[in-house]
Design a protein around this ligand. Structure first.
Ligand SMILES: Nc1ncnc2c1ncn2[C@@H]1O[C@H](COP(=O)(O)OP(=O)(O)OP(=O)(O)O)[C@@H](O)[C@H]1O
Ligand SMILES: [Mg+2]
Length: 323
């Protein structure tokens, strides 16, 4: 059984300017010990997807579709049960750890509280377990760090504390939304290393949201490429990197900043805000390969090679874009 199964997820916001279809028919799944990366430009619906899975979407969001965690349907679960699952089976790591840590409490207390509340540990047992968790996320001199406050820690250390809180109850799934974006490169590598270790040692599944394709190449098993609320391409990370078929994926890969240099290419244009169900390919207005048929129908998702799928009427390797 998959740890996470998302089927035809739709998230709509009704705003003063009209409806916004932030996620529009997204399906994805993650198996135990698997790292699935969700990539795409700003505004394509990554965070909204994560919040919907966590049951933390804003109150004015309309959610349709199915989200199952280890078989349990979350979209219809009453709030108290969802709260119990969150923090225990399902945990999230955000980009900026300072906003999610309480500046008024020591880190020992913040981690301990999770263990007391969700695992029913005594305060004493929670303190012992907290030291183990800080060791697990490789915080040096863990026993001493317990009594420090968030502002006494560096950004990288705070992110480790967040990871310690996230894994405190041995969750089935960790959702990490840009977990390394605010960190410098060395610390980024260490945080990724910790996620890798959790997956290996505890079998934790990870849904990793990022627009850093270097991070994806480093750690992801599979990738879903999102565009305007849709999954436009998905497949094994390595195959997708070496043989992207969707012109959007090809464009994204071309836009990876290289060390020592600026972005090589950019995809001209912006991610559109969808107000109604599209009747044509959402990427067509920015696509070098777009033909008349792309403007007449939504491209169905098709297998382009073993295990790789693209929603494109004219999929193909990079050269096809240039010719
Ligand atoms: N609370 C909200 N109310 C209305 N629209 C929203 C709300 N939250 C997000 N949106 C819209 O939903 C779309 C998807 O936003 P989302 O935050 O998921 O993007 P993202 O892929 O996470 O981008 P980034 O890479 O910048 O984090 C955007 O068009 C955004 O403006
Ligand atoms: Mg986001």
């Amino acid at each position: 059984m998959n740890v996470l199964d998302v089927q035809d997820l739709r998230v709509r916001f009704d705003t003063d300017e009209g409806p916004v279809l932030a996620v529009n028919g997204l399906s994805l799944s993650i198996a135990e010990s698997e790292v699935l990366a969700v990539v795409g430009e700003s505004g394509c619906g990554k965070t909204v997807t994560a919040l919907a899975v966590m049951g933390l979407a804003p109150a004015h969001a309309h959610i349709d579709g199915s989200i199952r965690l280890a078989g349990t349907e979350l979209t219809t679960l009453p709030d108290p049960e969802l709260r119990r699952i969150r923090g225990r089976d399902l945990a999230m790591i955000f980009q900026e750890p300072m906003t999610s840590l309480n500046p008024a409490f020591t880190i020992g207390r913040q981690i301990g509280e999770v263990l007391v509340r969700h695992e029913g540990l005594s305060k004493r047992a929670a303190r012992i377990r907290t030291v183990e968790l800080l060791d697990l996320v490789r915080i040096p001199s863990a026993a001493r760090r317990l009594d420090e406050y968030p502002h006494q820690l560096s950004g990288g250390m705070r992110q480790r504390v967040m990871i310690a809180i996230a894994v405190a109850c041995n969750p089935k799934l960790i959702i990490a939304d840009e977990p390394t974006t605010a960190l410098d490169v060395t610390i980024q590598a260490q945080v990724l290393d910790i996620l890798r270790q959790l997956r290996r040692d505890l079998g934790t599944a990870v849904l990793l949201i990022t627009h850093d394709l270097g991070v994806v190449a480093d750690i992801a098993d599979r990738v879903v490429v999102m565009y305007a609320g849709h999954a436009v391409e998905r497949g094994e990370a390595e195959a997708l990197f070496t043989g992207p078929q969707h012109p959007y994926t090809i464009g994204l890969l071309g836009a990876v900043p290289r060390p020592g240099g600026a972005r090589l290419t950019e995809i001209p244009g912006l991610v559109p805000v969808l107000r109604e169900d599209p009747r044509a390919c959402v990427f067509a207005p920015r696509c070098a390969r777009a033909a008349d048929d792309c403007r007449l129908e939504m491209p169905p998702v098709r297998e382009t090679s073993a295990g790789q799928f693209a929603a494109c009427l004219h999929p193909g390797p990079k050269e096809a874009v240039l010719s």
